[in-house]
Design a protein around this ligand. Structure first.
Ligand code: ADP
Ligand code: MG
Length: 542
């Protein structure tokens, strides 16, 4: 006998459900992909538990996903023999706790012009898509942990849900959808089989529909490039990235030295970290001869590549490697080095061969490249090549690399100039640029304090010093001064004395300069610290 407790959804979940239930969809069939992907995740977690010898109940249950359709009752039931959930996990995962993904998804829907509900899975709230087709969802689940008991969760999607412990269940999760009147086609085997083939072909566990197996499991990352079709590449991406659309970038490569590796890596079109999702989890699975060793492996790529999705397979990895040994194994370090190096090379090649695509990448994922350039000394040199800026010579929206700058720099110019400029208009109206405009010297515009930090850390590029033009001791040719208007002698000395008196401790010195032609004064920095960096430090020290 089940005693049900009634609980309210967390406020943002309610809002999200309201949108999910009441919007019109062209592609609501993606609900199935979301549920299957959750089952596959749960099965993968279970497989890992077994591999690491955690005690698991119902040990001999086959790892699979079964879908039962009842066209008379209008129900769809999806069952997996995965890791299951305890009662606490049910509450946490499907109800009361606010996940950053909920908020981020709402923000995405409010801000993006496409209003594409189908990307729901990428925000980590895919489960709720069940309410696109069902007016009642029931989850029966039993955790793998021997002491856990069976639990049931049920909701009609409107504000609240019920939860309780129930009788004995087999390990895993069973989700029953009572289909909406206008969604009854989802109880038809042909429809469901077609959807599975379209979205879930790469799920590495058998999927059975009314007892019949529908998917074939393929490890395309171990194949040769010419054996894989564009379609297969895209399908695999959708599976591995839990994505609905196509990837922005793809890199498939293999190597034998210095370590054996097959890798298939993708970059998505959206960067959900930008929408306040919180920190992305790493998204590359680690395999040994097609067997999953670690899903979303932490150490296979540096932190700043956490937006990359895909599969890495190495025959040299021991099958039964634990997370602890993985962390500091020399093998992992070698793999990481090879893959990171190859990926950076790929980005540089893309920038050359397809500038438009690179621009799209930079606009969405540039923040990660900057993070890498600021924190990862090992790869800094390659990362600096990937940085892009606006500049005094660039048109609105045009991006400039340090190499572009160097290539068109006049002979004799010894330094590369930059200035922090959150907006092009603001900086172009400021006196800093006067001296440079007069001489047609290009100045790069950095947008964030982190850019200035990176450039000051990097110091130079191809032997040219990187210099912020708000510095006091700039070595640039003097400006033509407007005739007959300049103060000199005592008048000038008097003005400078007066200025110093008035400004007091706010400035360390007032000096005569030949840098300006139109503006009367300019505030400059006595040391290497740029203005934006100082503001950043002040914020940190508060
Ligand atoms: P995501 O899968 O991205 O985490 P979802 O909204 O699809 O987001 O699922 C939320 C969470 O609910 C999952 O992270 C998982 O912990 C839990 N969950 C959902 N379905 C299952 C299942 N079939 N077995 C075990 N846990 C599940
Ligand atoms: Mg999911």
């Amino acid at each position: 006998q089940t005693n049900l407790e009634h609980l309210e959804f967390q406020a943002e979940v309610k809002q999200l459900l309201n949108i999910v239930i009441h919007s019109l969809y062209t592609d609501r069939e993606i609900f199935l992909r979301e549920l299957i992907s959750n089952s596959a995740d749960a099965l993968e977690k279970l497989r890992y538990k077994k591999l690491t010898q955690t005690e698991v109940i119902d040990e001999d249950l086959p790892l699979e996903i079964t879908i039962e359709l009842d066209d008379k009752e209008h129900t769809l039931t999806i069952t997996d023999t995965g890791i299951g959930m305890t009662k606490e996990e049910l509450v946490e995962n499907l109800g009361t706790i606010a996940h950053s993904g909920t908020k981020a998804f709402l923000k995405y829907l409010a801000e993006s012009d496409k209003k594409d509900v189908n990307v729901i899975g990428q925000f980590g709230v895919g489960f709720y898509s069940a309410f696109m087709v069902a007016d009642k969802v029931t989850v029966e689940t039993r955790s793998f942990a021997p002491e856990a008991s069976g639990c049931v969760w049920t909701s009609e999607g409107s504000g609240s849900y019920s939860i309780g412990e129930t009788g004995p269940l087999k390990r895993g999760t069973k989700i029953t959808l009572k289909l909406k009147e206008d969604a009854r086609e989802f109880a038809k085997p042909d429809v469901i089989k077609r959807i599975i083939k379209q979205y879930s072909g790469f799920v590495p566990f058998p999927i059975l529909v009314n007892g019949e197996r529908v998917n074939t499991v393929q490890a395309i990352w171990t194949k040769n490039k010419n054996e894989v079709t564009e379609e297969e590449y895209n399908e695999f991406y959708k599976y591995i990235a839990n994505a609905y659309d196509e990837p922005l970038l793809r890199l498939h490569f293999s190597a034998d030295a210095p370590i054996n590796v097959n890798a298939l890596l993708y970059v998505s079109k959206h960067n959900i970290e930008k929408f306040g999702f919180g920190r992305l989890e790493p998204g590359v699975n680690l395999y040994c001869k097609k067997v999953l060793i670690q899903p979303q492996a932490k150490d296979i790529l540096p932190e700043w590549l956490r937006f990359v999705r895909g599969a890495v397979d190495s025959e040299e990895l021991p099958l039964n490697i634990s997370r602890e040994t993985m962390q500091d194994s020399a093998l992992m370090a070698k793999l990481r080095k090879v893959i990171t190096g190859r990926f950076l090379k790929f980005l540089n090649e893309t920038a050359k061969s397809d500038p438009e695509k690179y621009k799209e990448f930079w606009t969405n994922f540039g923040m990660f490249i900057k993070e890498g350039a600021a924190t990862d000394f090992t790869h800094r040199k390659e990362l600096v090549k990937l940085l892009r800026f606006s500049s005094s010579r660039a048109e609105e929206g045009q991006l400039v690399s340090l190499k572009d700058y160097l290539d068109r720099m006049p002979e004799g110019q010894k330094e590369i100039y930059f200035i922090n400029a959150p907006t092009k208009e603001a900086v172009e109206a400021s006196p800093y640029l006067e001296a440079f405009r007069g001489q047609d010297i290009e100045v790069l515009y950095t947008q964030e304090a982190v850019d200035d930090y990176i450039l000051s850390q990097v110091g130079e590029y191809e032997g040219k010093k990187l210099v912020s033009i708000d510095r006091a001791n700039l070595e640039i040719p003097e400006q033509q001064q407007p005739e007959g208007e300049a103060l000199a002698g005592e008048e000038l000395a008097g003005l400078m004395k007066w200025l110093k008196e008035v400004l007091g401790d706010k400035v360390s010195e007032v000096k005569e300069s030949k840098r300006l032609s139109d503006s009367p004064v300019l505030v400059v920095n006595p040391d290497d610290m740029t203005g934006s960096l100082q503001r950043m430090m002040q914020m940190i020290n508060k």
